[in-house]
Ligand binder design. Structure first.
Ligand SMILES: *[C@@H]1O[C@H](CO)[C@@H](O)[C@H](O)[C@H]1NC(C)=O
Ligand SMILES: *[C@@H]1O[C@H](CO)[C@@H](O)[C@H](O)[C@H]1NC(C)=O
Ligand SMILES: *[C@@H]1O[C@H](CO)[C@@H](O)[C@H](O)[C@H]1NC(C)=O
Length: 226
C-alpha cells in the first residue's frame, strides 16, 4: 500500500473505532459476527452457534531453525487479544487485521503489541494468546488467557487451552500469511472452540542457515471463540 492510502485507511478506521461508543465497555453483542470461511474446503467448519468472543490478535509467531532440514519450525507465539465485537457491523471489521498489521509492523522493536490498541481508538484488551506446556504431557499448547486483564481479570477459569483440529493454508498469499485454524478445547472453561482466520503475515522465511538464532515474525489475525 502507498502511504497516502494507508493514512486514509488509518484515519477512517480510527474514526469508526472511536465513533463506536461500545468500545468504552468491551464485549458488544457477538450474535451477528460472521466467521467467513472459504467455501472450497471442509477442514474448518462454521459452528451453528454465535461466537462468545470476537478478537483481534496482534503479536509474533516464533520459530527455531532445524539444523538438519534447514527450515524453520514453529515454537509458539505470543499475542495481545483485543475485543473487536463492537466492530462487527462496521466496514472496518473486514480489514481491521490489515490496518492493525500496518501499525504493528511500523512499531519500533521493543514496543509491545498492547500499544496498538490506543492507535486504533483503544479497543478493549481482553487477554493474551501464548503457549504453555501441553496438558497432554508432550510439547506445548496454545492458550487464550483472559484471566489477567479486561472484564474477566481475576477470574482464574477464564482461559482455554486448545488443540489443533483443522488447518488450511491462508486463502491469499499463504507463503506470507499463516494458516487458518480450528482448535478444540483441551482444557479451561472460556470456550469450546477457537478459530484463527484473516491472518496477516507470520510465516517464516523458507529456509535458514544452520545455527541461526530463533526468530519472531510479526502477525495479526482474528480469533473467534465459541
Ligand atoms: C528436525 O527435523 C527432522 C526432520 O523433520 C526431525 O526428525 C527432527 O526431530 C527435527 N529436530 C528438532 C530439533 O526438532
Ligand atoms: C516469542 O518471542 C518473544 C520475543 O519476540 C518472546 O517474548 C516470547 O516469550 C516468545 N514466546 C514463545 C512461546 O516462544
Ligand atoms: C469466570 O470465567 C468463566 C469462563 O469464561 C465463566 O464461565 C465464569 O462465569 C466466570 N465467573 C465469573 C464470576 O465471572
Amino acid at each position: 500500500m502507498f502511504p497516502l492510502q494507508l493514512l486514509t485507511v488509518f484515519a477512517s478506521a480510527a474514526l469508526l473505532v472511536s465513533a463506536s461508543p461500545a468500545f468504552k465497555d468491551p464485549c458488544c453483542d457477538t450474535s451477528a459476527a460472521k466467521l467467513d470461511l472459504p467455501s472450497n474446503q471442509n477442514a474448518l467448519v462454521t459452528p451453528t452457534t454465535a461466537p462468545l468472543f470476537v478478537t483481534l490478535g496482534v503479536g509474533v509467531q516464533n520459530y527455531t531453525c532445524n539444523a538438519s532440514t534447514l527450515t524453520y519450525t514453529s515454537i509458539g507465539a505470543v499475542a495481545a487479544l483485543f475485543d473487536i465485537s463492537c466492530l462487527d457491523k462496521t466496514p472496518v471489521f473486514a480489514y481491521i487485521q490489515t490496518v492493525a498489521f500496518e501499525f504493528w509492523s511500523a512499531l519500533p522493536a521493543g514496543l509491545a503489541a498492547t500499544s496498538i490498541g490506543s492507535k486504533m481508538g483503544a479497543p478493549g484488551l481482553l487477554g493474551f494468546h501464548y503457549f504453555v506446556p501441553s496438558p497432554t504431557g508432550t510439547g506445548i499448547s496454545p492458550i487464550w488467557d483472559f484471566t489477567s486483564t479486561g472484564k474477566f481479570a481475576g477470574n482464574s477459569s477464564a482461559f482455554v487451552i486448545g488443540s489443533k483440529f483443522g488447518d488450511i493454508a491462508a486463502p491469499t498469499d499463504s507463503a506470507k500469511n499463516v494458516d487458518w485454524l480450528e482448535l478444540k478445547n483441551l482444557q479451561g472453561s472460556l470456550a469450546s472452540k477457537i478459530f484463527r482466520i484473516d491472518t496477516v503475515n507470520g510465516q517464516p522465511p523458507t529456509s535458514c542457515a544452520a545455527g541461526s538464532a530463533d526468530i519472531s515474525i510479526k502477525y495479526t489475525a482474528k480469533y473467534f471463540l465459541y
